[in-house]
Design a protein around this ligand. Structure first.
Ligand code: FUB
Length: 326
């Protein structure tokens, strides 16, 4: 059985959980951390994931099933290594797994793989999504059936190297008093295998309508985007990386702009923090990870979940991950 704020599974290390409610069950699409003794660095070289295992639960608190290898990097012709945070969407009875990985040149790209079942196995496309770059795809289907992919991550995720629209290996973050690097969004084609448009910037604004600045590290975007809808509003949430918060911003359209509203979760044990938000039978849950299972080793993480609560005005109550009261 699974318990709130405890590792969902302990037989493998898991991270970056994208949770969905498909066919009356909870499916979690996590990264699968590979234990090794290499050192951590700012390029994320320690995250050497090679495959994906899909987890499922019949209900919140239920037994967790590990469905085994759903996709391996050895089966994806364009991938060199580092299969990082994935997500999935269901369209017309098929399941689409979106994932980032380094291509043969060592640049992060996004790929897609398809299955008839939510747990896979997934069959990958031969090539990465044309025009894709960076990491952490979050696939969101709006009420009209359109699917958008939000993505991007700084540092190891290379997002700052695309500031000019083209890859610049020397690209850096803006100065502290300049607008922060924006996450990206692209509408997907009907078959979900390509971008239907050039990815656009997602603007995150402060309370005065100004873009968050690069030096505002407690609020600006770093990686790990997630999109969900609550009471007709679009909630764009993400990790602030260097300050280790999960924050959110609210808007009226899938492309934003989004106005910063606050923190969903305070820092967890470990450097990275990464989440998803899912509604299950009228209650809302945050899936996230920390490094408690490994005693704090950054690349040996474990997926957890906890209930998430909204206030009447639509703001989200901040979760303190190790205080079981809030
Ligand atoms: O798991 C590798 C990377 O760490 C993810 O892509 C980031 O979001 C961070 O969790």
């Amino acid at each position: 059985m699974s318990k709130e704020r405890e590792p969902l599974v302990t037989h493998i290390f898991t991270a970056d959980p994208s949770a969905h409610y498909f066919n009356g069950k909870i499916y979690v699409y996590p990264s699968h951390d590979v234990p090794h003794n290499g050192e951590d660095n700012d390029n994320g070289d320690e995250y050497q994931m090679e495959d994906y295992h899909i987890l499922s639960m019949d209900e919140i608190g239920g037994e967790v099933t590990d469905h085994g290898v759903a996709l391996s990097m050895h089966d994806v012709p364009w991938v060199r290594d580092q299969m990082w945070a994935p997500d999935a969407v269901c369209k017309d009875g098929k399941y689409y797994l979106f994932f980032p990985a380094r291509d043969k040149e060592g640049n992060f790209r996004l790929g897609v793989a398809v299955s008839d079942k939510p747990e896979g196995p997934f069959t990958p496309e031969e090539n990465c999504i044309e025009g894709s770059f960076s990491i952490d795809p979050c696939s969101f289907m709006d009420d009209d059936g359109k699917v958008y992919v939000y993505f991007g991550g700084l540092w190891g995720g290379q997002l700052e190297k695309y500031r000019t629209g083209k890859f610049n290996p020397e690209g850096t973050e803006p100065e502290k008093n300049e607008p922060a690097v924006c996450p990206k969004c692209a509408l997907m084609s009907d078959d979900l295998k390509s971008f239907a448009e050039t990815p656009v910037d997602i603007q995150i604004l402060d309370e005065d309508g100004n873009p968050l600045l690069a030096g505002d590290e407690g609020r600006r975007y770093f990686e790990g985007p997630w999109m969900h809808k609550y009471n007709g509003k679009y909630y764009f949430s993400y990790s602030t990386g260097t300050t280790h918060y999960i924050c959110y911003a609210v808007g009226d359209k899938p492309y934003g702009p989004f106005t910063y509203k606050g923190r969903i979760m305070e820092p967890v044990i470990g450097w990275t923090t990464h989440h998803s938000v899912v509604e299950v039978e009228g209650k809302w849950y945050l899936f996230y990870h920390d490094c408690e299972l490994s005693g704090g080793i950054n690349h040996r993480r474990c997926v957890k979940y906890t209930e998430l609560h909204y206030n009447e005005d639509g703001t989200i109550q901040t979760i303190h991950p190790y205080d079981h009261k809030n």
